[in-house]
Design a protein around this ligand. Sequence first.
Ligand code: SIN
Length: 177
Amino acid sequence: MSAQDIWIFGYGSLIWRPDFDYLERQTASVAGWTRRFWQGSHDHRGTPDEPGRVVTLIEDSTQTCTGVAYRLSADAAHKIFDALDHREKNGYERLELCATTPTQRQLNTITYVATPDNFAYLGPAPLAALSAQIANSIGPSGPNTEYLFELADALRTLEVDDAHVFELEQQVRTLLS
Ligand code: SIN
């Protein structure tokens, strides 16, 4: 890895809809973090009055979160981060996290994380409440269910087992059936 390499680690919509050009895409994992539908979405998958739920990373020393890392060209990076700062403006901040590929490459990444002290954080809730909120929410980017189902499909493609996401998917599909 060169010191100049610029990587973004995505664990939510950035897995299945990055919306930017990249030089390289790698499955990668960050240790000490877990993916949870604990962040409110007032601007994409819900509204200010009826927020949806999207994923953030929660610190947990016993867990590892697998997603995708993208290597950016240095020339394009500035514009890409401007666009992502706008897209992720509902409570996410950029953190520097180390991600590891299946071949043990260590990547220094920029990762958008919504920490528990942000204004849009909703936190944990029982599975039934999470599922109902996702089943019923819709925002300017579309239904909250699309976000959940696309993420679940992308994780299956990556062969990532994520019980939190897959249980939610199953509950929401049951609610919709
Ligand atoms: C991410 O995908 O890495 C951040 C959360 C999101 O945009 O869904």
